[in-house]
Design a protein around this ligand. Structure first.
Ligand SMILES: Nc1ncnc2c1ncn2[C@@H]1O[C@H](COP(=O)(O)OP(=O)(O)OP(=O)(O)O)[C@@H](O)[C@H]1O
Ligand SMILES: O=c1ccn([C@@H]2O[C@H](COP(=O)(O)O)[C@@H](O)[C@H]2O)c(=O)[nH]1
Length: 235
């Protein structure tokens, strides 16, 4: 197995499937099944989910919302997605625990590194919701932060593109994909597959990132089995 412990970042937008907003039950179940299979392989999994399918503070502020309140709405959106994933995992018999970065029992348990590690060691999926708990950040940064805290071997960024490209592949059809790329090259080329705060945290803490297409069923297991899936971003 390639990694013993991972932090899997799931895209909120991808969770909406074809709907573009809200939660697509089929996509949710596909994610849950892949995660259960990965746990069965013996991988310890922490998860951070985005909230872009429900609300983003920056888009809200362009429509007149206060930025801090908008970001708080966005963080709550990640809690909603996390509860949905928790429910889908429980429905297929996968033990899991929802942690929140902001105190809100009984919705979830207040996050701490040690509780999350203990949960993973007990075979539970640790779903870490609520972003960093602070406005002006993203769930990519929350993923980097939590991955480093829980001492993950890698951060796997599951998204709707199959890796890092020379340009945004959704805008530039001539863009080509990297198998591997260094953090320095990501900066030098100005690639925007993750925000710079997240990228910098990973680089400074020697945490590799794999960007891969989580919406293609089976990719997570392939990646964990050592197959060449996605793009490895390395120090
Ligand atoms: N150089 C690049 N290589 C690959 N993807 C890129 C690149 N530049 C921009 N992107 C875009 O980044 C997107 C992936 O980012 P991400 O998964 O964070 O989406 P998101 O919508 O921010 O997720 P969330 O809903 O969780 O906030 C891709 O859909 C792709 O269009
Ligand atoms: O640490 C954080 C994480 C997220 N937010 C807010 O939540 C939304 C949704 O997260 P995405 O990463 O965009 O999916 C984000 O736009 C922020 O508004 C935050 O404030 N702090």
């Amino acid at each position: 197995m390639k990694y013993n412990r991972i932090l899997l970042k799931l895209s909120g937008e991808s969770l909406a499937g074809e709907k573009r907003n809200g939660i697509d039950e089929i996509r949710l179940e596909e994610y849950a099944r892949q995660i259960k299979e990965a746990v069965a392989m013996g991988v310890q999994i922490g998860i951070v989910i985005g909230g872009g399918n429900i609300f983003r503070g920056l888009s809200g502020s362009k429509k007149g919302f206060d930025r801090v309140k908008g970001d708080q709405m966005g963080m709550l959106a990640t809690v909603i997605n996390s509860l949905a994933l928790s429910s889908a995992l429980s429905a297929i018999g996968q033990k899991n625990r929802v942690f929140t970065s902001i105190r809100m029992e009984p919705v979830g348990e207040l996050y701490s590194k040690w509780k999350a590690i203990e949960s993973m060691q007990n075979g539970e999926v640790a779903i870490i919701s609520g972003g960093t708990g602070n406005p002006f950040f993203t769930t990519d940064t929350a993923s980097a932060l939590r991955a480093i805290e829980i001492e993950a071997d890698a951060m796997l960024k599951g998204t709707r593109v199959d890796g890092v490209y020379t340009a945004d592949p959704e805008k530039d059809p001539s863009a080509t994909r990297f198998d591997t790329i260094s953090f320095d090259e990501v900066y030098n080329r100005g690639l925007q597959v993750m925000d710079l705060t997240a990228t910098t945290m990973c680089k400074e803490n020697g945490l590799p990132i794999v960007v891969f297409d989580m919406d293609r069923y089976g990719n997570l297991l392939k990646l964990l089995s050592g197959e060449n899936v996605g793009t490895l971003v390395h120090v």
